[in-house]
Design a protein around this ligand. Structure first.
Ligand SMILES: *Cc1c(COP(=O)(O)O)cnc(C)c1O
Length: 375
């Protein structure tokens, strides 16, 4: 049986966890947390990276930092994970879902301006499959309308847009280190603050609304409650695990890309015959091979192909049910404009196994299986 995902273990995880046990420092912001956040700050040139328990928590922190309130409107694609929307709904916002582009499955940047009202506070972009949104256009709209841009870069760690790391282009970037992502620690995340003005308050929000971060740095002789907040710190044990993966980030990336390219090459004949569509990577974008998907004719063909692959011991999956069609999505938001691509394209999309431990010859075999299905 070829599983859909196997979380990676790349070498030093257990050594670094042992090192943490020896030092007896387990709560947040210790040695390995600093190793991780320095890695992001130095490799990606962001002002500040903070580890969190998940990307969901990073998004919640973003909503708090932007002072999202009752009745504010947030523009985002409907084709995304629930946390992208929930984080803002928790603050009382209404979600304005707009359509995606069929080529990248990302927010259609051309539709954003028409969806802006005087209640709009932020644009939340999702870099689907680790392939960047059209950030120059989006940042330009944000400047003209004085809106914040939050990047849900859960899938986009170590992807680049015109040389800039995803997560560092908008005002705030959110990463996930869930075990289904490229670099992981079971459950984990980070928030990237790309504007200095957010740093002090982010530290407070993350430390239960207190200035404990300053106190720990010796900048205060006591700490107290000064703002809204929660506990958004990651444990040192998770940071130790994560650092062992970040140290090997390029190797992990290359292995994933090799598998991604193998799928592409193997399935290209089917695209040339007009049977399926393959992902499109726009120019000037370096992606991290987070996901390999193909698009089939329709939802029936997809179910049939999933069953066929399963009978041949290959697990394949699909996602997302567009948020605007879900019960909560209808309650907390609405779709602006026409749903030209969100529903129809999401019904055609099928994800194939792709992970660090997946042998290249298995990828070849899966491609041959799929070719046999169509020919
Ligand atoms: C995985 C994912 C999340 C949630 O990440 P967690 O770390 O599990 O909270 C959010 N948004 C997108 C687009 C994701 O893929």
């Amino acid at each position: 049986m070829i599983k859909f995902n196997v979380p990676s273990v790349v070498g030093n995880e257990i050594n670094y966890i042992n090192k943490t046990i020896e030092t007896r420092c387990f709560s947040g912001d210790g040695y390995f947390t600093k190793k991780c956040t320095n890695w992001f700050e130095e490799e990606y040139l962001t002002y500040k990276a903070l580890l969190t328990p998940s990307c969901t928590h990073s998004l919640e922190m973003a909503a708090l930092l932007l002072d999202i309130n009752d009745g504010d409107e947030i523009i985002m694609p409907s084709y995304t994970f629930v946390s992208t929307a929930n984080a803002f709904v928790l603050r009382g916002a209404r979600i304005v879902f707009i359509d995606i582009r069929p080529d990248t499955m990302n927010i259609n940047e051309q539709l954003i301006v028409d969806a802006i009202t005087n209640k709009t506070k932020a644009i939340v972009v999702v870099h689907y499959a680790g392939v960047s949104c059209e950030m120059d256009v989006i940042m330009d709209i944000a400047r003209r309308y004085n809106l914040a841009v939050v990047e849900d870069a859960a899938q986009g760690v170590n992807s680049f847009y015109k040389g800039k790391a995803l997560g560092t282009i908008g005002h705030i970037g959110c990463y996930s280190f869930h075990e289904t992502k490229n670099y992981h620690c079971g459950e984990g995340g980070a928030i990237l603050l790309n504007d200095e003005k957010y740093i002090e308050r982010a530290e407070i929000i993350r430390e239960k609304g207190t200035d404990r971060s300053k106190f720990y740095r010796g900048q205060l002789d006591k700490y107290s409650w000064i703002d809204l907040g929660s506990s958004y710190l990651a444990s040192e044990l998770n940071a130790a695990f994560l650092y062992s993966q970040l140290e090997r980030a390029n190797e992990i990336n290359n292995i994933r890309l090799e598998r991604w390219n193998e799928y592409y090459k193997g399935l290209l004949p089917l695209m040339e015959l007009g049977k399926i569509h393959l992902p499109i990577i726009p120019k000037l974008i370096d992606h991290n091979a987070h996901m390999f998907y193909m698009k089939v004719k329709d939802i029936e063909e997809r179910s049939d192909l999933i069953n066929y692959l399963k009978e041949n011991d290959v697990m394949s999956v699909f996602h997302y049910i567009p948020l605007h069609t879900s019960d909560a999505g209808k309650k907390f938001g609405s779709f602006f404009g026409n749903d030209k691509y969100t529903t129809s394209e999401s019904e055609r999309l099928l994800r194939l196994p792709l992970y660090y431990d997946l042998e290249l010859n298995k990828v070849k075999w899966i491609c041959e299986l799929i070719i046999k299905y169509y020919l």
